[in-house]
Design a protein around this ligand. Sequence first.
Ligand code: SAH
Length: 237
Amino acid sequence: MRAIRILIAIISLTSINCSMSQDKEYLRQREQMVAEQIIERGIKDKNVISAMLKVERHKFVPDEYKHAAYGDHPLPIGYEQTISQPYVVAFMTEALQLKPTDKVLEIGTGSGYQAAILAEICDSVFTIEIIPELAESSEKVLKNLGYKNVWVKCDDGYKGWPEKAPFDAIIVTCSPTKIPQPLKEQLKEGGKMIIPIGSAAYGQELYIIKKENGKLIEKAVLPVRFVPMVNFEKKVY
Ligand code: SAH
């Protein structure tokens, strides 16, 4: 009996040790990702940099891709969807010039990784995902990581979240062919939106949109490739 207890103690100590060294390895990869893919490419916002250093990206990807979680590319998250490339997450977040008091709307929760980055920087994050399984799994991951300032809803993000509007910032991580009217209306005066516009066939461009005196000022900033924004019938907007 005593021998069995000792054996169990040794096994559990070994597995704690293993997961500690695994965590250390992920931290090393995360630091390398931030140095080479984020800072070297010109991201300067300190809040964005510390969020990218802190959020454990490997916890947002399926087991079979954990080894590649910190690579310079998007990754599959199931249901034909992807978690965005780390640089694109950082670029879009920085472009919004977020403040700690901001209330943000995200369309396209996916894995929940972008929502976690926003939650590190802002006051509150409202995020909408159209695929029920992804809404459920991302909500679970975010809850397990202790985020209390993120609200996930399964719905068609085209409509935005009128009950919680207006938003200081809106980030759209799937691509419609034009800016949804409800999102324009739900952006606060002086607020910023970042959104990919276009189609897989003709190409997409990331736009930064600012609302000034009720008018939207649009600027194309980066060619990108996002999954399309679709309705519940999978028809592209
Ligand atoms: N921000 C995500 C990546 C999102 S991929 C992350 O950090 O992992 C784009 C997501 O947008 C997909 O999960 C897709 O299902 C979702 N999507 C597509 N059309 C949508 C719509 N109309 N409303 C809400 N989500 C939508």
